[in-house]
Design a binder for this molecule. Structure first.
Ligand SMILES: [Mg+2]
Length: 120
């Protein structure tokens, strides 16, 4: 599988099938999935904790990228699960958010700037 030939719908179905084969749907409620996203995001942060930029780069060249990949996948699996049970179309949600971001951060005001839109 690769990003080029996999749709979000296919990932959604795969994650739901994994969940349903184990009869875990009853545990997958919006609150616990949101909690799980946050826990996995914290595990992603843990990979970088206490390391400066140079140490992060060295860690990523060693086995760190494998850890980042695994934790990032955990985050995304829970995001896909939450979208599935709430019937959120992720492509629609992401395109709406990107449209909003484009309005908040017009290129003319933000190119090369990292300020939040409220500070522009
Ligand atoms: Mg994890």
């Amino acid at each position: 599988m690769a990003d080029e030939d996999t749709t979000l719908q296919e990932l959604k179905e795969w994650v739901a099938r994994f969940r349903d084969e184990r009869d875990w749907r009853r545990y997958h409620n919006p609150k616990d999935l949101a909690v799980s996203i946050s826990i996995e995001a914290a595990e992603l942060l843990e990979v970088f904790q206490w390391r400066n930029q140079k140490e992060v780069e060295a860690m990523l060249r060693r086995d760190g990228l494998r850890k980042v990949k695994a934790e990032l996948a955990d985050v995304i699996v829970y995001c896909v699960s939450l979208a599935d049970i709430l019937k959120i179309d992720l492509s629609e949600a992401i395109s709406e958010k990107m449209r909003e971001n484009s309005e908040k951060y017009p290129v003319s005001k933000t190119k090369g700037e990292y300020k939040k839109y409220t500070e522009l």
